[in-house]
Ligand binder design. Structure first.
Ligand code: PFF
Length: 345
């Protein structure tokens, strides 16, 4: 990957000795798309709705929004800043900065722990990415049409109890991720996110549009946005805080790695805020897509991690054009998981 002279000039603020051959994002938009691609994932579409359902709705959402604003955004800024300053991998950036400032060399462990955490997350993320690929086939084939809850549950447990099929889908998901990563920052990652992220927004808006026709949109909006503080628990507050980290891809050194490709002339504060606002917007939109369907079908909002894979297919199986919307929904989930998987790898 070549680096232009203006890139090098922009990059001159990185630490002495950093590897200028690593390349840079081609624009601010490219960084925003990639960081948003990392942030927007299963956390927004799969986890946010089910933890919101489990924790009673509005009051939890309010705490989550506060955590994003007062904890998440500043930490994202700090991670991006460390990455850009070091201009190398998280471990090397931290060790260079520690060396320059005469600090304990053990600082590099912060980067190493992040990489370990990223590895652990990817190990389950890729499995759920595989489920999403599998469900595209399940919904597109019309297998779910008119099925009972028991039959839909049996399809899900059938998938979970079939290691060969699970391994095949998981492998396909990892292959998709690797195909992009081996191509590098510009021709791999940038190209992939500039197609996948806009496609994801369009698909999400289509599913929200469908959800508006279910007649339960108002109930879903009230569930999400009318806080009932009697439903808020201490553990709910901790879940909201933990989810703010997960959803913004923080604490895994991912934003440090992405920040290391960020030219010096781009504002870290503005870009971090933009990424966080888009990520939060997608989570809220996912809630507005999912809860009207949940309420319209008398499903349980607090159903837990199975909300998407067990209750939604039931709803898709009963609604007009459900195969089409169901397929779109799972394609969306694959896109979201794919761009996050890329960042984790
Ligand atoms: N932010 C991603 C999501 O919400 O699904 C998950 C994630 C990606 C977490 C990358 C951590 C990470 F480093």
């Amino acid at each position: 990957m070549s680096v232009t002279s203006s890139d090098s000039a922009a990059y001159s603020g990185a630490l002495e000795g950093s590897n200028a051959q690593r390349g840079l994002w081609s624009s601010r938009l490219a960084f925003i798309l990639a960081a948003t691609g990392s942030a927007v994932g299963l956390g927004n579409i799969w986890k946010f709705p089910y933890v919101t359902g489990e924790n009673g709705g509005g009051a939890f959402v309010l705490v989550y929004l506060l955590c994003i604003a007062v904890v998440g955004i500043p930490i994202m800024m700090a991670e991006v800043m460390i990455g850009r300053h070091g201009g190398r991998s998280p471990v090397k950036s931290l060790s260079l900065i520690a060396e320059r400032d005469g600090l304990n060399p053990a600082w590099k462990l912060v980067g190493a722990i992040g990489i370990l955490a990223g590895f652990l997350i990817l190990s389950f993320y890729s499995v759920i990415g595989g489920w999403a690929i599998s469900y595209v086939g399940t919904t597109a084939s019309g297998q779910l049409t008119g099925q009972t809850a028991d039959a839909v549950g049996a399809i899900f447990s059938g998938l979970l109890s079939d290691p060969t099929t699970l391994l095949a889908w998981h492998t396909l998901f990892m292959a998709l991720v690797m195909v992009v990563v081996v191509r590098g920052v510009r021709s791999g990652l940038e190209r992939a996110v500039s197609i996948l992220m806009p496609a994801l927004f369009v698909l999400l808006l289509i599913v929200v549009g469908y959800a508006m026709t279910t007649g339960h949109f108002g109930q879903a909006a009230a569930f999400l946005f009318q806080p009932d503080f009697s439903k808020l628990t201490t553990s709910g507050i901790l879940v909201a805080l933990g989810h703010a980290f997960f959803t913004l891809s923080l604490g895994m050194a991912v934003m440090m790695a992405y920040g290391s490709y960020l030219p010096k002339n781009i504002s870290i504060a503005k870009t971090s805020m933009t990424v966080s606002v888009i990520d939060t917007g997608v989570a809220l939109l996912a809630g507005l897509a999912i809860f009207p369907i949940v309420f319209a079908n008398g499903l349980e909002p607090g159903a837990g991690p199975g909300l998407i894979f067990q209750t939604l297919p039931l709803a898709f199986g009963q609604m007009p054009m459900g195969s089409l919307f169901g397929t779109l929904f799972f394609v969306l989930l694959i896109f979201a998981a794919w761009t996050s998987g890329i960042s984790l790898l």
